[in-house]
Design a protein around this ligand. Sequence first.
Ligand code: E4P
Length: 214
Amino acid sequence: MKFFLDTANVADIKYWSDMGLVDGVTTNPSLIAKEGRPFKEVVREICAIVDGPVSVEATSLEIEGILQEARDLSAWADNIVIKIPFIKEGVKALPILKDEGISTNSTLTFSANQALIAMKAGTDYVSPFIGRLDDIAHYGMDVVADIMAMKNNYGFATRVIVASVRHPLHIIEAARIGADISTIPAQVLEKMFMHPLTDKGLESFLKDWRSVEV
Ligand code: E4P
């Protein structure tokens, strides 16, 4: 399973890229706003650090605007993927952008039906938001399992990004299902490293080692 980082924070992206753990990045308007920096500057910095796809979201609600934004944004760097909200105008844009060679990520998807439509329309990536589903007492990971089954049944080339990840268990479940990608907030990636028995074991190994004559 590929690891994308779900952030627009350049320091975090650099840190985890240096660890060799970042296969791509996803941003959204809220993540960009959180950084308090000019949009284009942040995106170009991220694209220069990451040797993989970087999702940047279009905010227009009608097709002409979506297409124009997609064309403009994709010219900023070679590895930009245009995130398009799952609305009818957005779905109409997917095959057009595919024909133009612009990569797309169908975002704000919450059901297997929405993902099926996006895959049929030729999206390169589809992002089910599992944490937001869990928040309303709907098992988000069930939707991921359904989407992966549909993808495999019909051989769609779309890659499924498990998004809105909240904790390390989500990553285990995504990997168990065989999802293509998880997009992970930096604080969740940090938690995936942690185990008290690793710390305790290391402490006792180092203590015992001090008594050894080398
Ligand atoms: C996905 O691409 C989104 O950026 C993100 O995962 C949304 O997560 P949230 O529900 O934590 O805002």
